[in-house]
Write a protein that binds this ligand. Structure first.
Ligand SMILES: NC(=O)c1ccc[n+]([C@@H]2O[C@H](COP(=O)([O-])OP(=O)(O)OC[C@H]3O[C@@H](n4cnc5c(N)ncnc54)[C@H](O)[C@@H]3O)[C@@H](O)[C@H]2O)c1
Length: 254
């Protein structure tokens, strides 16, 4: 079977709902033991129940990725339970738009702390564990709105800065971690139907304007991004590192 993840331990951050939930289910579907983390433990437990009902293995931990103390505590617990970590999906993120001229320092810091510093903290600790086995996969979730590809989002200066930072960090740590057997790649989703950007949270005219520029004329489903996560997590992606894979229905090609 291609993309077999049996005997791998995979942690997903921000996995109580949306794309993180889909990634956890998809990784478990390939045989990985999944560690489901988010700020709300009860909702993580619901995802873990779904994994278990499908025959998979899951554990849950409450984790605020912007807190170094939290990150260290949860990684210690994961290592105590499984003895290893093979795959990290740095998925947790927030999108809290504020017009640039009104954006406060606290608003800027909150987005950067969760979206960018959180990925740094988790990737650094994960890489230390992965290096012990000379094998690891770090998959960082950015966005089409990450700079350099022509997608500015009004109200999202802090968000696009955080996502661009993720790509820059990932390219650099891909270079540093390659000798340790660890690959580092980025996925840049386009408009994906989740609580963050879904039909339920955006006014119809905003949604219509966004989809007008997407050749496929529809939002992506979380599972369409999870397929890319599974590939990058697999043995078969062994020669892919430092890459950014956009899963965007053709948005950036249009
Ligand atoms: N939906 C889209 O169209 C889209 C597009 C591009 C990128 N993304 C990115 O995809 C990722 C997943 O987003 P989603 O669309 O599934 O949205 P979502 O809001 O459903 O999921 C984000 C998750 O992150 C969690 N989270 C927030 N703050 C956290 C913290 N401090 N510590 C740990 N977890 C925290 C939330 O509780 C939530 O479960 C995010 O990084 C987002 O920026 C989304």
């Amino acid at each position: 079977m291609l993309f077999n993840l049996r005997n791998k331990v995979a942690m997903v951050t921000g996995a109580r709902r949306g794309m993180g939930r889909a990634h956890a289910l998809a990784l478990a579907g390939q045989g990985a033991k999944v560690v489901i983390t988010d700020i709300d433990l009860a909702q993580c437990e619901q995802v873990a129940s779904e994994v278990r009902s499908a025959g998979g293995e899951a554990a849950c931990f409450k984790l605020d990725v912007s807190s170094k103390a939290d990150v260290n505590k949860v990684f210690d617990q994961v290592i105590a339970k499984y003895g290893r970590l093979d795959i990290l999906v740095n998925n947790a993120g927030i999108y809290e738009p504020h017009p640039f001229l009104d954006m406060t320092e606290a608003e800027w810091d909150r987005t950067i702390d969760i979206n960018l510093k959180g990925q740094f903290l988790c990737a650094q600790r994960a890489a230390k564990e992965m290096a012990k086995n000379k094998w690891g996969r770090i998959i960082n979730i950015a966005s089409v709105a990450s700079g350099g590809v022509g997608v500015g989002i009004a109200g999202g200066a802090h968000y696009t800065s955080s996502k661009g930072g993720i790509i820059g960090m990932s390219e650099t740590i891909a270079v540093e971690l390659a000798p340790l057997g660890i690959t580092v790649n980025v996925i840049g989703p386009g408009a994906i139907d989740t609580p963050m950007v879904g039909a339920a949270s955006l006014p119809k005219e905003v949604m219509d304007a966004m989809l007008a520029g997407v050749p496929m004329k529809r939002m992506g489903q979380p599972e369409e991004v999870s397929a890319a996560v599974v590939f990058l997590a697999s043995e078969e992606a062994s020669y892919v590192t430092g890459a950014t894979l956009y899963v965007d229905g053709g948005w950036l090609a249009a």
